[in-house]
Design a protein around this ligand. Structure first.
Ligand SMILES: Nc1nc2c(ncn2[C@@H]2O[C@H](COP(=O)(O)OP(=O)(O)OP(=O)(O)O)[C@@H](O)[C@H]2O)c(=O)[nH]1
Ligand SMILES: [Mg+2]
Length: 234
């Protein structure tokens, strides 16, 4: 199915959603048209192709852009000097989520955000319709442990994302001194999955862990979609 067709489909579904719930939200309006219900459910299945929108956030210069380029196979400024991201870059690629219910290929929209607080006013717009959030930090920089608490509260707890839709990446730059030991994280952060990434030494581990995380995100997305379908159909 092409992009245009998908866009038309999304439009149709939006229209049906409005019919079912004119205010845009859920409602208890009783719909008697069986045809409408069946076609909505069929369309909702097709929506499985929807993209997972994943945000990469965290302190400046921690390696978000380097990791995002690696995961999306973007050969940009490889080995070059540090160029702070201005606002956000959006990278699109396909990936194979591991451990998701139907193991389908998933389209990923990776939003590589700037770590600079001067873009704070853009954050609400960035967060819209997010399926997952990855916080990248440098375990060699002690202040990052404190700073990621702020990122967590601004992007994760405020949106009510589930723990398994989030991931912490302690990104090791070449020559990093810190071993993969336990980091003294705040208690709410220690509930999230934490991985150590080292692109020089174990690049494929990073990719594999990301695919596993994506599997969790896809499962969370399909669960909430099923709940939405049920609440409309029943
Ligand atoms: N060789 C190497 N250099 C890295 C790696 N990770 C980060 N760096 C270096 O650290 C710099 C900063 O990394 P970025 O990925 O640009 O940092 P960022 O988190 O995107 O920073 P902002 O966009 O300012 O928020 C890079 O320009 C690289 O020089 C890595 O895995 N390998
Ligand atoms: Mg960047």
């Amino acid at each position: 199915m092409g992009r245009e067709e998908t866009e038309r489909l999304v439009e149709t579904i939006e229209t049906k959603r409005k019919l079912i719930s004119p205010g845009g939200g859920r409602s208890s309006v009783d719909i008697n048209s069986r045809a409408l219900k069946v076609s909505w459910a069929a369309n909702a299945k097709l929506l499985d192709m929807f993209k997972a929108k994943i945000l990469f956030i965290g302190p400046s210069e921690s390696g978000k852009t380097v990791l995002a380029n690696f995961l999306s196979d973007t050969a940009e400024n490889v080995g070059g000097e540090y160029r702070p991201t201005q606002g956000v870059r959006i990278l699109e690629f396909e990936s194979q989520p591991e451990g998701s219910v139907d193991n389908k290929t998933c389209e990923v929209e990776l939003w590589d955000c700037s770590g600079d607080f001067k873009f704070e006013s853009c954050w609400p717009a960035l967060m819209k319709d997010t399926s997952g959030v990855v916080i990248v930090f440098n375990p060699d920089v002690p202040s990052h442990l404190k700073e990621i608490e702020t990122w967590y509260s601004m992007f994760i707890s405020s949106q009510g994302l589930l723990d398994n839709q989030c991931l912490l990446i302690a990104h090791h730059k070449p020559g990093s001194g810190v071993e993969d030991e336990r980091l003294p994280l705040a208690s709410h952060l220690s509930r999230l999955s934490l991985i150590h990434s080292n692109l020089e030494e174990e690049p494929e581990d990073v990719r594999q862990t990301f695919c596993r995380y994506l599997g969790n995100v896809v499962n969370a997305m399909s669960e909430s979609r099923e709940q939405e379908e049920m609440s409309i159909i029943t």
